[in-house]
Write a protein that binds this ligand. Sequence first.
Ligand SMILES: *Cc1c(COP(=O)(O)O)cnc(C)c1O
Length: 416
Amino acid sequence: MAAQSLQIPTSASKVLNHRRNFSSATPVTYLSVGVPSRRSKTLTLRAVLSEKSSPTAPPIATGIGCFTKSPDGYLYCDDVRVQEVIEAVDRSPFYLYSKAQITRNFEAYRESLQGLRSIIGYAIKANNNLKILEHLRELGSGAVLVSGNELRLAIRAGFDPTRCIFNGNGKLLEDLVLAAKEGVFVNIDSEFDLENIVAAARLTGKVVRVLLRINPDVDPQVHPYVATGNKNSKFGIQNEKLQWFLDAIRSYQPDIKLVGAHCHLGSTITKVDIFRDAAILMVDYIDQIRSQGFELEYLNIGGGLGIDYYHAGAVLPSPMDLINTVRELVHSRDLNLIIEPGRSIIANTCCFVNRVTGVKSNGTKNFIVVDGSMAELIRPSLYGAYQHIELVSPPPLMLKFLPSMLLVLCVSLRTS
Ligand SMILES: *Cc1c(COP(=O)(O)O)cnc(C)c1O
């Protein structure tokens, strides 16, 4: 990731700062702009705003999160005109992030967890930009990993390994060895996964702290591609085999130590009752497991909180709503709560800025061709996801001369 010197042709009140560590004494808007470059590196643009207010009219809040449309038709990211960023960046398309919004999203989780012993593990697969990972780590986040490379990335970003959780049904022995050395939590997903975890513990001479991934079989009421906590899921142990797993784990002590139970229901969940239903079942499992002498300390309820994709002002549950539905349960069993938010930390902080290449017609339908593609934004073509599109600048009078810029509000989710 290369820091790049970029000129923002803008008012005197905006100062570019190319230093690696800029002081945050003045309000800072951080713009990390990921541009696919020839050497597939990412350019980083940092813009620092002075305390003087911008001469452009302050945006009226008609958007979500950090993105707002002002009455003059310009789109803002916090108080920076996206158009100005476009002019400063010599490539297209690019991703634009609001550091302030990432902070706000994380703080909303932290606030909701006041009074509980907890770990917030950011699910790296939601967006693995190193600068974003470093920022979340600085805020106190842990990390949720679903591959060996994500584990390596988390280590590189400096996450505290004891606040990291290694998930997945295909964890490789070499990756588990690294996880064991680093001391991250590891989820047991299957019989063979358990064997590999034990092998990694023995190879490294470390005690691996493990959680059992259980499928509470609660319907998350989401697209089937992003439902992961039901009985037919490819993730987690077969619940009927719980006793087999407990006996096996006991026989492998002290190489591994069972410390908790995990579930992840799916993504884009918009009803917090679903989390509560799952937590009730999970606490039942924890009671059962504890009754056999295991000292479970952690309940991990996964991630999956939805966001307002439609920008229609829908009132969606907040992190506080989510935690409130499970708070008493967690207290009643004296548990540490682990949560694994991905999308709800990053989605509304990011846009994918495209340029219109041209307009064409097949006789019955007009197409606006942009320079972004499913390589950068896979969700619509993967599972027909709705993607909100906004113009960055006011449209010219005639449709024929379409505005040169289109903005696509973007979540760069790779898998689910
Ligand atoms: C994807 C994933 C998450 C995060 O899901 P979001 O919908 O992005 O919050 C959390 N935990 C696990 C195990 C995951 O695979």
